[in-house]
Design a protein around this ligand. Sequence first.
Ligand code: SF4
Length: 216
Amino acid sequence: MNELPSFFSVLGVVFVILIFIFGVLLLISIVLIYSILRKKKIIFPRTTLFLLDTLYYPLKRLVVSLNLDESVVDKIEIDIRNKILKNEYFSSKIKDRIVVFPYCLRSVECKAHVSPELGVNCIKCGKCKIGNFKEICDENSIKVFIAPGGSFVKRVLKKHPKSSVLLVACHVELNEMMRILSAKRIPEYGILLEKTGCIETDVDMELVKDKLFEVR
Ligand code: SF4
């Protein structure tokens, strides 16, 4: 008479199957990443986005072990979200748009007051690019926030839930913020910093202006 398989042997089989599925998905993700990098064209955007979101941390480790820049995972996700969500963002009213800059874009000499609710209250001192940009936004009644951290955008949206959001940040922060906003179905568009780091980073402000005032 056959004995019933023990609980632990069933568990072992389930574990092996899960590892196998995980390995296959990881392999598919890497093939998609290589294909996107080679052809400069995103295929199966929603599937790719799902896989990259789900396998984010192991994929980043794998990408580094394959001598690729770990930022490719974030950059591909940002690119896909921009492509998928751009219609909603560009069809939103300009007066309903808000802009969120990263803290590191300010001058190290910035004297603006910082609060957890409002972020940096820019006084337009002119020591960094944000001052001039804020002047233009003030003239058009567009709100500008300077975020002390990636989760700050959640607080902003509690106060301005009907907004569409133009985000500027480094690849990790931008991807994280875009993930948060897309889960809440908030129209958004992301722009990467040109120079990253912890202080005095840089962004193409003309590009930010173009995307802020672009309507389709
Ligand atoms: S322009 Fe605004 S953000 Fe930039 S350094 Fe001056 S106060 Fe700070």
